[in-house]
Every structure is written in C-alpha cells, then in structure tokens.
Ligand binder design. Structure first.
Ligand SMILES: C[S@@+](CC[C@H](N)C(=O)[O-])C[C@H]1O[C@@H](n2cnc3c(N)ncnc32)[C@H](O)[C@@H]1O
Length: 462
C-alpha cells in the first residue's frame, strides 16, 4: 500500500514547483537534490531594455528607499546646500570629515566647469551638492533623482534657471525630462553636458550602465560631454576591502584577511567597474566618443580619493590628430623638486606623461599622490589622470584638452577585474522571497522547499 502522507507531500511538492514555474519572473523551476527547488529567472525580469524588468525595477526601488530614508533622516545636513547624510567611512562607519567632502565637491565642480558647459542635465542629483554650486554659473540646469524628497527639496530651493524632476538615470530621453529641458533650455534645445556623479554604485549591472550611457550620449549636443563621476574602480575592490578588513582587525593573520576580503567582494552590493568596461560599451555607440579617465585629487586620504575615478566622455571628433601627442613615461621623483620636474617633463606639449606610481596605492620609492600632482601643477593647463594600463599609476596630460589621448599611451592591457555587478546577488536574495509569497498566497500553510536561484542570465550590454 502506498503511504498517503507521502503521496500528499509529493503532490504538494509538484504543485509548488508548478506555481513557481508559472510565475512571470521565472523561466524554469525544477526540483533538485537535497529538497531544493532550483529556479531560473526569466530573462525579461532582469533585462534593462526596452524597459527595466521587474527585478531591475526592484533594485532601483531599493536604492530609492535607501536615499529617501537617508535624506529624511538628514543626520549629516550642515546647510541647505550641504547635506552630507550618508557619507560615512566604510572602515569606521564614522562620517567622512566635512572639509574632505567640501574638497570632494569642489574637485567635481572644477572638473565639470573645465568642460565649459552652459546647459547641464544632472541625473541622480540628490539634494543638490553640485546643483547649488554649478547652477549659478550656467545658463540652465535640469536635475533628476529617483527620490521625491530630493526633488521636492531642490524645487523648494528655487534655484534660478533650474528645474528638477523625478526620473531615473536611464531616462534622459523621457518626456518629463524633455519637458523640463524645454522650459529651462528652450524648446528642443539639448544639454551640452550630462552629469552623473556618485550614482553608478547604485546601478544593478553593466547593462543598466550601458542603457544610461547610450541615452545620455544620444541626448547631449555635438561637442558636449557626458561626465560620470565618483566611480568605484573594480580593479581596486580587493585593495578597498583589504583596508577595511585590516582596520577592523589589525591583528588578524593574512590568510584570514584574504578570505574575508574575498567574501566582502562577492557580497558587495554596489556596482564597480574599470574604464575598460565603458570602452566596450562605447564601441557600440554610433557617435564618436573620446574618453578621459581622471584621478580624484583631494588632499585627504580616504576611500573616495584612493579607489574612485571620474570619466569624461567627449562627444564628437578630436579637434586634431591625437597621434601627434607625445607619450612619455615618468622618470621623475617625489619631493620638493616635483613642480620643476613636472614642468620640465611636460614641455614641449601636447604631452601625456604616464606610468607615475600613485603613492596612495603603491609603496615604491618616488611615488606621488594625485593631490601632490595637482599642487605641483599649480593651476597649469593640465589634467591629472589614471594611467591607461594600471589603476595604481597616474598620468598627466597637458594641455588638459588632450586628456583623451592618454588612452593612446603605449598599449598595455588594463590589469584587474572589469566589473563587479550586484544584480545577480540581489536576484538570489529577492526572487526566493517573491516566490515564497506567491506560493503561500495560492497554498496557505505550504511547507516551502529551499529555493535556490540558478545562474542569472547576464544582461546584454547594448
Ligand atoms: C550618493 S548620492 C549622489 C548625489 C549627487 N549626484 C552628488 O554627487 O552629490 C546618489 C543619488 O543617486 C540617486 N540614484 C540612485 N540610483 C539612481 C538611478 N538609477 N537613477 C537616478 N538616480 C539614482 C539617489 O536617489 C541619490 O540621490
């Protein structure tokens, strides 16, 4: 005689499998050894185009909730134009020093103004650290953010020749953004600069980054720029978590630290990528785009100075042939003579001086910090960059407009990880929750198997 209770359990298991398999976010569900229900997400649930799928929308909504909470709490609000809420050091959890954050903002303002914009569209503008400082210097400013609280606050600030709307970073071409630009820039007039600063960590994956880049590059006027600031460098993730873990546990053995770093990298919930990932995306873009990769040159040594960088994407052909730019490996050294050595190495221009060891990331003799270089340049027409082949090295281009020519430095394959994408881990956490709720609505009291998500299909980088 078959055992009735076993039959009922088997039937319940089959019903649960069928319910999971029928969920629109699931491509396949099947039982696997160990009482596990193995589910494969439907590609449309994790796609970014033509419109973000439901799991991508949930990822965006998660970050919107985080920032709604951060801005509403306002624990780091110094003034209406200086809300530093959320800016904390990863190792101590303490707020980053306000003077450092002012330097951080000022360096971004410098980078943006160096591109000589008149009409700026900022995506992910937050509470307006940049909008407050940039908009008085421009003919028009349109800002967007995922959070109502940021948009409402900036609306209430009544900045002249500015408008703010709720929209996501991939929506530069959305009607609400276009209407705001029509009001501020004039009907149909394009921005000559699209800015996205410190927002890519909230992106789900490279496919979303690609969607944002294509839409921003399509929106901006010929000869304009797309500036992507404060990017976490994927090739420096181990350095970042190594420093965090060592600060937390100075006495731990090296192998223990290495194991903790590996798991911190795997579980990291923010997007990081190397400039090479953007090169790949740009290869598919129909417009001519030249890219320069800028070092952060703040005085204070923090994770924002060490492990982050800015990209400037120049839309349109080079003013003249970049192969005429002299490429020279740095032979100088640190110390008091740095200004004179740098001055000598930079003439005659145009020149890219590469392979300069970054003292924040290497302990080789004669390494210099990005801040040392900025100070030594003393306002000269030059840009402090990341070396094209090695994220632990720096470069200087002079005059600054030749910064994209640094990419032509003697070709050395970029070292290290191309990207860390948080979406797959998000889907592994979130999809089982959604399926458990879905099954329990149909089968109240069902004993749920452990749901494990099979590989998330990689988002197609457009
Ligand atoms: C760290 S703050 C940066 C704010 C501002 N850009 C700055 O540099 O001060 C990140 C902001 O990005 C917004 N954000 C996150 N994901 C976004 C997305 N996909 N599209 C648009 N805004 C986003 C958040 O709401 C938050 O206001």
């Amino acid at each position: 005689m078959p055992d009735d209770s076993t039959d009922t359990t088997a039937t319940a298991g089959q019903r649960i499998t069928a319910l999971a398999a029928g969920h629109p976010w699931v491509a396949e569900a099947r039982p696997a050894p160990g009482g596990v229900l193995l589910v494969t997400p439907h590609p449309s649930a994790t796609a970014v185009l033509p419109a973000p799928g439901p799991l991508v929308r949930e990822h965006l909504a998660h970050w919107a909730e985080v920032y709604e909470w951060v801005y509403e709490t306002g624990e780091g609000r110094h003034a209406d134009d200086l809300d530093l809420s959320g800016w904390r050091a990863s190792d101590t959890g303490e707020p980053l020093p306000a003077a450092h954050m002012r330097d951080w903002v000022d360096r971004t303002v410098d980078l943006v103004l160096a591109q000589r914009p008149r009409r700026l569209l900022e995506l992910g503008c937050g509470t307006g650290l940049l909008a407050h400082r940039l908009s008085p210097r421009l003919d028009g400013y349109v800002g967007t953010d995922l959070t109502d609280v940021a948009v409402d606050r900036l609306d209430a600030a009544r900045l002249p020749r500015a408008a703010f709307v709720r929209a996501a970073a991939h929506e530069a071409e959305a009607p609400a953004v276009r209407q705001a630009m029509d009001r501020v820039f004039g009907p149909g007039v394009r921005p000559d600069c699209v800015l996205l600063n410190s927002v890519t960590p909230c992106f789900p994956d490279l496919a979303y980054l690609a969607a944002f880049l294509h839409s921003a590059l399509t929106t901006v006027e010929d000869g304009g720029t797309v500036i992507v600031g404060d990017i976490r460098h994927a090739a420096l993730l181990e350095d970042h978590f190594g420093r965090v873990e060592r600060a937390r546990d100075p006495e731990a053995a090296d192998p223990d630290i290495a194991a903790r770093v590996a798991s911190a990298v795997a579980e990291d919930r923010e997007l990081s990528f190397a400039p090479a990932a953007v090169h790949r995306i740009l290869a598919d873009h129909p417009r001519t785009v030249r890219m320069s990769v800028h070092a952060r040159t703040m005085a204070y040594d923090s994770e924002l100075t060490r492990y982050r960088y800015d990209l400037v994407l120049h839309v349109g052909p080079a003013p003249s042939d970049p192969s005429g730019v002299r490429q020279s490996a740095w032979q100088g050294h640190a110390g008091e003579q740095l200004p004179a050595l740098l001055h000598a190495a930079l003439s005659p221009g145009p020149v890219v001086l590469h392979s300069i060891p970054n003292a924040l990331l290497t302990d080789v003799p004669d390494a210099v910090t990005p801040h040392d270089l900025r100070q030594a340049l003393n306002g000269a027409d030059a840009a402090v960059l990341l070396d094209a082949g090695n994220p632990r090295m720096l470069a200087v281009a002079a005059p600054a407009r030749w910064a994209p020519a640094a990419a032509h430095a003697p070709v050395r394959a970029p070292v290290g990880r191309l990207a860390h994408e948080p979406l797959p881990a998000f889907v592994r956490r979130r999809l089982p929750e959604v399926l458990r709720d879905h099954v329990r609505r149909a089968e109240p009291g069902a004993v749920m198997p452990r749901i494990v998500v099979n590989d998330v299909p990689a988002g197609a980088v457009r």
